[in-house]
Design a protein around this ligand. Sequence first.
Ligand SMILES: *Cc1c(COP(=O)(O)O)cnc(C)c1O
Length: 376
Amino acid sequence: MEPIRMVDLKGQYTFIEPEVRKALDEVLNTTSFINGPAVKDFQADLEKYLDVKHVIPCANGTDALQIALMGLKLQPGDEVITADFTFAATVEVISLLQLVPVLVDVDAKSFNIDPIAVEAAITPKTKAIIPVHLFGQAADMDAINAIAEKHDLYVIEDNAQGIGSTYTHANGKTAKTGTLGHVAATSFFPSKNLGAYGDGGAIFTNDDELAHFIRGIVNHGMYERYYHDVVGVNSRLDTMQAAVLKIKLQYLDFYNERRKEAAIRYTSLLKDHPNILTPHRDADCSSHVFHQYTLRIINHDRDGLVKFLNENEIPCGVYYPVPLHSQKAYADPGVDESRFPVTNQLVKEVISLPMHSELSEEQVLFISNKVLEYLG
Ligand SMILES: *Cc1c(COP(=O)(O)O)cnc(C)c1O
């Protein structure tokens, strides 16, 4: 059996090596390292894949979130509601722009932002909601969009973990995550479902005016060369990354399908154990692209399991060990802990098992058996 990795970028590369080398050679030979043709090509391919009017590539997913917020012209002091249980980038950009992050609890089954908690957190200063499609499963977008409409708020999707996932609205219509709110951000960090060979990110929107404004922001606030209309940033997807992503986008559905197969296999092996809660899937409203395969270990020693798996050369992760409201950078000393019962519980129980498109049946069986062996 091959050594088990949390993500297997080498195995994936082996499969597409000739294509990638050819594309990178082309970039090297033309030396168009910035804004080369591959950037525009990838942008167009991704617009088509997502069925969205505008994809604006940028340097990474954190920038994408920041630029999306800048594009909406939010003002210092405006409140932005987001999930307490997510990667810190989501809240980091809110604080950096001197907006006020308002963290709310998540749903115990889906791990996604709880619409009831969102509504309860709305004040006259609330301007936007950032749902995160955590671990690859869409947040409850019908409920969130309804709240946003009622209170006249923007919805910014953090789609860094959800690319390729399809959401089914209550009326039966489907759309890709990242096209469901006013604007969305994604990341092409190498370990993401659509990963570059370095940093990368993008912003999506169907709003022409917003897209135009954002295209200037990513380029120093320029709409005409050397005329700076607004304070912008320098955030670009470089041509080499775009060339890699253009190739990998063709395989995204295939990669996500392989992840789903591994997830189904894990679940069938683990679901009956009394100390395990396998990932909840609401297949009627969201396809799950399993950025992570995350178990809850209930009434047992999660940290002991992590140690045991590592001793058996099985990497695993705890995403995330600390609620954002307890992180030093974002902690509010007067916080009411009773607002976060679910997140406070999840941080003690979650464990993410190896998940990637190259995971073999044999590896999933081995990992699952070790998990069961430890839990007894
Ligand atoms: C990875 C990630 C980001 C940030 O992406 P980078 O490209 O690493 O800046 C933001 N939000 C979530 C939920 C992520 O998983």
